[in-house]
Design a protein around this ligand. Structure first.
Ligand code: SDX
Length: 434
């Protein structure tokens, strides 16, 4: 552990006993109370369902200040990375900790580009799915299935195999995502083209057809590349924690990323972009906003404003601000003067941010609030939105997995519980049960 062992400690007193618990300082952000030896010393567990106050690991990758609305990748503000770099530069930074030199960037781009094809037998996987299968179901299956093809990069103890697996995951996610989209609309798969950059290649695989040339819009490609940067990593969110826990057992990286894809699918997490667009469509017109805002505030109504609220951000999600700007850029590039969904979104945000309930609970738009409008305008169907989130988050999952595997203190994750079930009791023969 590189955290600074603070001389101060926390005192825990239970009854007539007291224990001193070490406090560690990070570079920035909250200190931690080290409870790793608590059970051995006291016979007590801590209790924190949902991990609202629990640091599950030490990490150097991403830092979030939820109160200030700050997001740093390896110390660099997300706004600067989104404005100045491209997605593969962010991938390099998240994986290796530093911005690449021109030579390192060229090597990394070359390496990723030449791993974009998938084993051709994976094409047969798709014929087994219904055409109307949700593309996230296909991604969970196909990402896990990569471990059935790339046996030469599943030994996690070999640094070279870990590197190849990382590159393969980053490189092949766009190909699998495009294949899932093409399959759903009954069009032939389009193979990767090595003369296109990462995001242009993905757009080409999604929207080109064999019958005519397709020109990728540089503006849309740049906008989508920026959206990928915004989604790349976000410290120990639910899907990243899933990948870390899966990886802690020694499972191969493809299986771990498949677990992350599965977790991201939930509407409380990465599925919120799909749910947010469906919500805006259901609202349909600004005059219906009060009805939905009241439902979101009604404790007896399970409805929530999708794309609003966040476990960590109690201020505006910095990614949402950039997403809103990108949304305007894409709509104007496409000549969409007024998008009714954007009108609803902007008015909904205005109403919510002035409403006592949302102010008191510090609920702001998150990254999923505007992304759906942008992706829909680009031509992606709603059920592909979370697939795009998974595509971009793959580098974060892989980077966090790599950091965990390379941590010498790494051990299998095994939380405990507060048991409130039946005490010991003896078996009752069937004949004696009433
Ligand atoms: C992502 O963790 C990450 O970093 C995730 C992510 C990433 O990059 O990996 O940022 C991506 O998942 C963004 C979040 C996308 N999800 C949504 O937009 C779904 C809608 N939002 C919520 O379901 C909710 O805000 C969560 C899940 C995001 C956060 O839930 P928490 O932290 O468990 O908060 P909570 O549910 O305890 O809510 C606190 C209060 C509650 O009221 P009380 O019980 O205290 O009275 O706020 C209310 C909630 O009812 N609330 C909402 C609300 N979100 C929270 N009320 C109405 N609408 C909402 N959207």
């Amino acid at each position: 552990m590189d955290a600074t062992a603070n001389t101060a400690s926390a005192k825990l007193t239970v009854g007539d006993k007291s224990w001193d618990l070490p406090i560690h300082d990070g570079t920035i952000g909250p200190q931690v109370v080290d409870i790793s030896k608590l059970y051995g010393q006291t016979g007590l567990f801590t209790y924190d369902p949902g991990f609202t106050s629990t640091a599950s690991c030490e990490s150097k990758i991403t830092y979030i200040d939820g109160d200030e609305g700050v997001l740093l990748y390896r110390g660099y503000p997300i706004e600067q990375l989104a404005e100045n770099g491209d997605f593969l530069e962010t991938c390099y930074l998240l994986l290796y900790g530093e911005l690449p030199t021109p030579a390192q960037k060229a090597d990394f781009d070359f390496s990723v580009t030449r791993h974009t094809m998938v084993h051709d037998q994976m094409n047969r996987f798709f014929t087994g799915f219904r055409r109307d299968a949700h593309p996230m179901a296909i991604m969970v299956a196909c990402v896990g299935a990569l471990s059935a093809f790339y046996h030469d990069s599943t030994d996690i103890s070999d640094p070279q195999q870990r590197l190849i697996a990382s590159i393969r995951m980053i490189a092949k996610m766009p190909t699998l995502a495009a294949m899932a989209y093409k399959y759903s609309i009954g069009q032939p798969f389009i193979y990767p083209k090595n003369d296109l950059d990462y995001t242009a290649n993905f757009l080409n695989m999604c929207f080109a057809v064999p019958c005519e040339d397709y020109k990728v819009s540089p503006t849309l490609s740049k906008a989508l590349d920026k959206i990928f940067i915004l989604h790349a990593d976000h410290e120990q969110n639910a899907s990243t924690s899933t990948v870390r826990l899966a990886g802690s057992s020694g499972a191969n990286p493809f299986a771990c990323i498949a677990a992350g894809v599965a977790c991201l699918w939930g509407p409380a997490h990465g599925g919120a972009n799909e749910a947010a667009l469906k919500m805006l469509t259901e609202i349909g017109h600004p005059e219906r906003i009060p009805e939905f805002v009241n439902r979101a505030k009604d404790k007896n109504d399970p409805f929530r404003l999708m794309g609003f609220g966040h476990r960590v951000y109690k201020n505006y999600d910095p990614r949402a601000k950039i997403m809103q700007q990108t949304c305007h850029e894409v709509l104007s590039e496409l000549g969409i003067k007024d998008d009714p969904l954007l009108d609803v979104a902007i008015e909904l945000e205005r109403v919510a941010l002035h409403d006592e309930y949302f102010i008191e609970k510090k609920l702001y738009p998150n990254i999923d609030f505007y992304s759906g409008i942008t992706l829909k305008a680009m031509g992606f169907p709603t059920d592909m939105f979370t697939v795009l989130f998974a595509l971009a988050r793959t580098v974060g999952w892989i980077g966090q997995w790599k950091e965990m595997i390379e941590d010498p203190s790494q051990r299998i994750g095994r939380p405990r519980q507060l048991y409130t079930g039946a005490e010991r009791r003896d078996y009752v023969a069937m004949a004696k049960r009433k």
